[in-house]
Ligand binder design. Structure first.
Ligand code: SF4
Length: 794
């Protein structure tokens, strides 16, 4: 389908389009036109990715600036899926191009996906390693600039990677021909040409029109510095599935140190010392050279291929211009410095009570005890890298703990605000054997994403469940030009959300701490599962707020004979924190759904299942959310974060906790519907879901279908409604959606006409009244009201 949005020709690779896809594209275009940022919430299963790619590629191909698209997703399967969509879109664009010149333009378009070496390595000796960090380290040993140099001077004198060396012989910019390359394609191409797919993609990123990779390549400063620093400023950045982006930001700047890590760091320091002594006797000039370079300045010392070094901790640009302080320039002085710092940390671990302190008080205490100043500490990570390079160390994975300590040093000395240090001597409050952890916790998600907002002119934050929308700009500190959530247009109610507030015995149900283990509540939760396993065909996914709670409930259900009852109708599988176990459980769950036996999967909110697994069609005909998935509020890190949010951004504790619980609940129940032809039940089992303040935090496309009747039900009433829903859904499976929830080109044009008429009318009204009505964004503008009104009266 080809149509216009304003003057922009859009090529959409299907002959029908959902109204919400069209509205989504209009808002995206507004964002790009304004070179601003946006937050968009698009219902699950309504083709968000294809709409996004279709609009942005049309934009890139139409305007001569051809801004690059950097598309960030969370998992490798999601990256591969987006690449497939892009490939299909470009094939369609080539087919649709009218002249040979246009076809050539489409053919010269390039899209690449990047993932870790572990997934893209072709060298069998390296690829066989199980751990990603070991693959990285072994690859660096074979590919760093010193090794390449030695090999050039004296071929065969050092082990190298042939796949990497072959790349060197090729013309830069021609390592991969234009076109769209999925990860599988690029691996195959690497095999054919005997070149390394990982480095080929990294070196071709500068020439690609679309780059699809994981969040970390932009948000984690250690990785972003190496991979993404050359991406141009006018690029369009998209964070897809961004409902947890604040947590990713926080994690990327937080570090946990344990005692075994510090022991390993201490051993590495000793090894470094020995290596220095050795080099002094064999090649003292090397160390002198390094010293001379460090005197000149940090950046000069950091020439060469950045890939040869370990990940760099974040350092603001102005600091990079400074020279490394005199007292750590000499290699042996730096090693002594590190030794002192590691010893200090080890000594601090010998506490019996919890210590909470700010970076500033940590630094003061450190100085009192060890005379270590803040400034050299800041350069710790960079200085370590320089030394590693000078000493030509191999197997860098063995220095991982020391590298963490160095990053910790740099971060603690760089940031004053937005971080906290928490030293917890015991794993749990009741534990008696010490197992201390030193948390350096980032409390402010805006710190990690700030460089992204500052550097790129358009950042799109999007997901199926990202309500309430205004929370993200507040937490991440940016001002969106468009902020929009779309309703879902359906010709038949494909899903039924129900809120069960009490059991058949009228006892209120809730996972509230005070009543969560009350036998009446546990029994009522159990009877919901039993009754639904009787009436729902195939698969049911049930979610609990935490593993701990799930364990206690399942144990109680076992004692009460509830599990036995469920077994009569379905098999039961349980998610565990072990991802291998969970994968096996999931596989068997699907098998049971496929062969008609039917199954129940017991899982937790925020777990692997709730985030990345779809329960489409027969794999999920009902999702039951047992309780409101609040976070464990006794966590000291969470408490500190809540306090920080209140003080810095005026976000109240209850506001954040409520928001976080509801986004996770929405994420769980949203798993059931993966397209408009799919159908399922969404059961919210907790009386608190009936409250308006909770429901208002759900995505609009779910909330719009929660009727007053369905928002306060007993188990019996919910079952009656569910049965009725399933009977109805089975009766009109092929109802024609065209014109209502599916548009042809004609429908699009009709809607556009209406949109124009409304715009004109509004313009005239504005002129007439000349009022200064609040021109808030976020109301979706005229386009949406015109487009969506057909379906909003549900
Ligand atoms: S250069 Fe490529 S093929 Fe060679 S070891 Fe590294 S990742 Fe593997």
């Amino acid at each position: 389908m080809k149509f216009y949005i304003d003057n922009l020709p859009i090529v959409f690779p299907y002959d029908r389009i959902y109204p919400e896809q069209y509205a989504y594209m209009c808002d995206l275009k507004r964002t790009l036109d304004a070179t601003g940022h946006c937050v968009l919430e698009m219902p699950s299963g309504t083709g968000k990715t294809v709409s996004l790619l279709s609009l942005i590629v049309s934009y890139q191909q139409f305007f001569p600036t051809r801004r690059k698209l950097v598309y960030c997703s969370r998992t490798v399967p999601e990256i591969e899926k987006a690449l497939f969509e892009l490939k299909r879109l470009m094939a369609f664009r080539i087919e649709q191009a009218e002249t040979e010149e246009q076809k050539e333009k489409e053919r010269s378009f390039m899209g690449l996906g990047l993932t870790s070496r572990k997934n893209l390595c072709l060298n069998p000796d390296v690829a066989k390693e199980k751990k990603g960090t070991v693959v990285d380290a072994r690859c660096r040993d074979l590919t760093n600039s010193m090794v390449s140099e030695k090999n050039r001077q004296n071929p065969g004198s050092v082990p190298v990677c042939d796949w990497h060396e072959n790349l060197g012989a090729m013309e830069p910019g021609t390592l991969i021909p234009s076109g769209i390359w999925t990860l599988e394609d690029v691996l195959e191409y690497g095999r054919q040409k005997v070149i390394c797919p990982y480095f080929a993609v990294r070196r071709m990123m500068a020439f690609a029109d679309v780059v699809i990779y994981s969040y970390h390549y932009l948000l984690d400063p250690k990785v972003a510095e190496q991979v993404s620093k050359d991406i141009s400023k006018d690029s369009i950045v998209v964070f897809d599935e961004a409902h947890n982006i604040d947590n990713v930001c926080i994690e990327s700047l937080s570090i946990d140190l344990t005692r075994p890590m510090l022991d390993s760091a201490a051993r590495s320091v000793t090894k470094l010392g020995e290596k220095i002594e050795e080099v002094k006797t064999t090649d003292a000039a090397k160390l002198q050279n390094e010293y001379a370079k460090l005197v000149e300045g940090l950046q000069d010392a950091e020439e060469a291929d950045s890939d040869t070094i370990m990940g760099n901790a974040v350092l603001p640009d102005d600091l990079l211009d400074e020279a490394i302080p005199g007292n750590i320039r000499k290699a042996e002085h730096f090693v002594a410095f590190l030794k002192r710092f590691v010893e200090y940390l080890r000594a601090r671990m010998r506490v019996t009570r919890v210590v909470v302190e700010t970076p500033l008080s940590f630094l003061l205490h450190l100085k009192d005890i060890t005379y270590i100043e803040r400034r050299p500490l800041r350069f710790c990570a960079d200085r370590l890298q320089s030394l590693v390079r000078t000493l030509e160390l191999g197997r860098l994975d063995e220095y991982a703990s020391l590298q963490k300590v160095a990053s910790f040093a740099t971060l603690v000395a760089t940031y004053e605000k937005g971080f906290i240090l928490i030293l917890e001597p015991y794993e749990t409050d009741n534990a008696t054997v010490p197992n201390p952890v030193f948390h350096f916790a980032c409390l402010d998600p805006s710190l990690a994403i700030k460089p992204v907002f500052e550097r790129f002119s358009s950042v799109v934050i999007t997901s199926g469940t990202i309500s309430p929308l205004d929370m993200y700009p507040k937490m991440l500190q940016f001002t969106p030009v468009v902020q929009e959530t779309y309703p879902m247009t359906l010709t038949r109610n494909a899903f039924l959300p129900l809120v069960i507030t009490r059991g058949s015995d009228q006892v209120a149900i809730s996972s509230r701490f005070e009543v969560r283990n009350d036998p009446a509540v546990v029994r009522n939760f159990g009877s919901i599962l039993v009754e639904y396993s009787k009436i729902v065909p195939d698969g049911i996914a049930a979610f609990f707020p935490s593993y701990l709670y799930m364990e206690s409930i399942v144990a109680a259900w076992n004692d009460m004979g509830i599990l036995k009852e469920v077994w009569k109708h379905k098999l039961i599988f349980v998610e565990t924190p072990d991802s291998n176990e969970t994968s096996i459980a999931l596989e068997n769950y699907r098998r049971a759904c496929d062969n008609g036996r039917g199954a129940v999967l017991l899982s937790v909110a925020r777990g692997k299942v709730s985030e990345g697994i779809d329960f489409d069609h027969n794999y999920g005909r009902a999702v039951i959310m047992f309780g409101v998935p609040y976070q464990y509020t006794e966590s000291r890190i969470l408490k500190a974060r809540l306090e920080y949010l209140r003080a810095a951004y005026r976000i109240r504790e209850s506001e954040f906790l409520g928001f976080d619980a509801m986004r996770n609940a929405a994420q769980c129940v949203g798993r059931v519907l993966r397209g408009k032809t799919d159908w399922g039940l969404m059961v919210f089992a907790d009386r608190r879901f009936a409250r308006a303040d909770k429901r208002s935090k759900l995505p609009r496309w779910i909330n719009q279908y929660i009727t007053e009747t369905a928002s306060n039900l007993s188990t019996d009433m919910a079952l009656t409604l569910s049965k009725l829903f399933m009977r109805t859904i089975s009766q009109n499976p092929n109802e024609n959606q065209t014109g209502i929830s599916l548009w042809t080109l004609e429908d699009v044009e009709k809607a556009q006409e209406k949109q124009r008429a409304l715009a004109l009318e509004a313009e005239q009204r504005k002129e007439d009244t000349d009022d200064d009505e609040d021109d808030e964004y976020g109301n979706g503008g005229l386009s949406d009201s015109a487009l969506m009104e057909v379906d909003l009266d549900v």
